[in-house]
Design a protein around this ligand. Structure first.
Ligand code: MG
Length: 160
C-alpha cells in the first residue's frame, strides 16, 4: 500500500447574477463566478489536488480555457477526469480537506450538502470529506466580495 498527497487552489472573480455552484451545490442566484466552466472553484482546487497527488499536470492541460467544448461545463466532470487519471495509475482517494474563502453568501447552511455531493463524486464516505470556510475579514478582493477562493488537499492510496 502506498500513499500520495496532493494540493490545489483556485480563485474566481465574482459578478452580479448568474448561478453560483460550489462543491456541486447551488449556493446563490445573486452572484456567480466569472469562468469558462461553471466556475466551481472548490472542484477545480480538488481536481488539481488529485492530479498533483499522482504527478499529473494541472487541470488547464485537461480542460484548456480556450476549448469551446469546455464552455459552461459542470465541474464535476473535471473532477471525474482527474479521478480517471489517478485510477490509471492505480490510485483512489482516501480523504480530502478543503477551505473556501468567501465573504457572502454564507456557506455554513450548504456545507453538509457540499460534503455529500463531493463524497459521492469521489466514492468515499462523507466523514472523509472536510470542507471548511471563512471570510477574508473584509480585506482585499476576497474580503470585498469580488472573488471566491478555494484550497484543497487530497490523500490518495494505491492498493497493491
Ligand atoms: Mg477555476
Amino acid at each position: 500500500m502506498s500513499f500520495r498527497i496532493g494540493y490545489g487552489e483556485d480563485i474566481h472573480r465574482l459578478r452580479k447574477g448568474g448561478r453560483f455552484v460550489l462543491g456541486g451545490v447551488l449556493i446563490s442566484n445573486d452572484v456567480s463566478p466569472v469562468a469558462h466552466s461553471d466556475g466551481d472553484c472548490l472542484y477545480h482546487a480538488l481536481a488539481d489536488a488529485i492530479l498533483g497527488a499522482v504527478g499529473e499536470e494541472d487541470i488547464g492541460h485537461l480542460f484548456p480555457p480556450d476549448d469551446p467544448n469546455c464552455e459552461g461545463i459542470d465541474s464535476s466532470l473535471i473532477v471525474r477526469a482527474a479521478l480517471l487519471k489517478a485510477k490509471d495509475k492505480g490510485f483512489t482517494p482516501v480523504n480530502v480537506d478543503c477551505f473556501v474563502v468567501l465573504e457572502r453568501p454564507k456557506l455554513k447552511p450548504h456545507i453538509e450538502a457540499m460534503k455529500e455531493k463531493t463524497a459521492s463524486l469521489l466514492g468515499i464516505e462523507k466523514g472523509d470529506i472536510s470542507i471548511k470556510c471563512g471570510t477574508n475579514e473584509g480585506l482585499d478582493a476576497l474580503g470585498e466580495g469580488r472573488a471566491v477562493k478555494a484550497v484543497a488537499v487530497c490523500l490518495m492510496e494505491r492498493k497493491e
